[in-house]
Write a protein that binds this ligand. Sequence first.
Ligand SMILES: NC(=O)c1ccc[n+]([C@@H]2O[C@H](COP(=O)([O-])OP(=O)(O)OC[C@H]3O[C@@H](n4cnc5c(N)ncnc54)[C@H](O)[C@@H]3O)[C@@H](O)[C@H]2O)c1
Length: 273
Amino acid sequence: MATGRTHRPATRSRGIPEATVARLPLYLRALTALSERSVPTVSSEELATAAGVNSAKLRKDFSYLGSYGTRGVGYDVEYLVYQISRELGLTQDWPVVIVGIGNLGAALANYGGFASRGFRVAALIDADPAMAGKPVAGIPVQHTDELEKIITDNGVSIGVIATPAGAAQQVCDRLVAAGITSILNFAPTVLSVPDGVDVRKVDLSIELQILAFHEQRKAGEEVGAPEEAAGAAGAVPPPPVTPHRAPSGASGAPGTDSGRQGPDGDVPAVMPA
Ligand SMILES: NC(=O)c1ccc[n+]([C@@H]2O[C@H](COP(=O)([O-])OP(=O)(O)OC[C@H]3O[C@@H](n4cnc5c(N)ncnc54)[C@H](O)[C@@H]3O)[C@@H](O)[C@H]2O)c1
């Protein structure tokens, strides 16, 4: 399979920076919670706190959507939910296939949160013939021999890879050849994809390594004097991080290369591959 970039440019054609796009799901999650409580309006400060983002950044992000709120009233919650959902393409149904139905694939298939966010698990695919036909989360597992047909028949454009690392590139190549243009990769390997295919990588062990680094530093600070702690912290290199390129100018967004930082200092669990 041809190699190529794994990311879109830092700014999308519609003029919304990639870093803003990466924060939209955080706003949407906070707004959905407000909507469920029938809260009609919200101030930028309240929403920023709920989303874990700085309020100036939030206002700037919303200006890209053409949403400025009303002075003294704030933002209309329902309208923002609609606007952000539309911007993220969530007002339509996205069929998704999961490849590799082991521990992780089965857990993902059973996760109810996808459907409520517009992602329908259209098919489960595994290479193990013994699994073919067995239901997982009420969906019969299909053999990889059927992969291309399944993708075509269901009009799928998003694939999730939950196979062992050694199989991931081959699965990725088949998904892409069959027409998949977005991949969520859980396998601990870097995938090569052609231009036009987006890959996001999830690696929880990297997140744990980063937490371990901070735990170690905190422990050093408790034990030593301030200058010793500073020396210790300086002497400990940051944990290894999956190498990945990031779009320039996407600083501070989840899923970018900007020092493993989330929107306001959080470490993202999902990153570009
Ligand atoms: N990203 C994370 O945070 C995270 C967390 C846990 C596991 N993982 C990774 O997820 C992957 C799956 O882990 P698991 O514990 O579910 O493993 P598992 O062994 O339970 O399941 C893997 C499944 O993939 C299937 N498979 C193997 N080769 C295949 C192929 N070519 N095509 C289709 N299916 C194939 C196997 O039959 C099996 O059912 C591993 O790569 C693991 O390292 C990632």
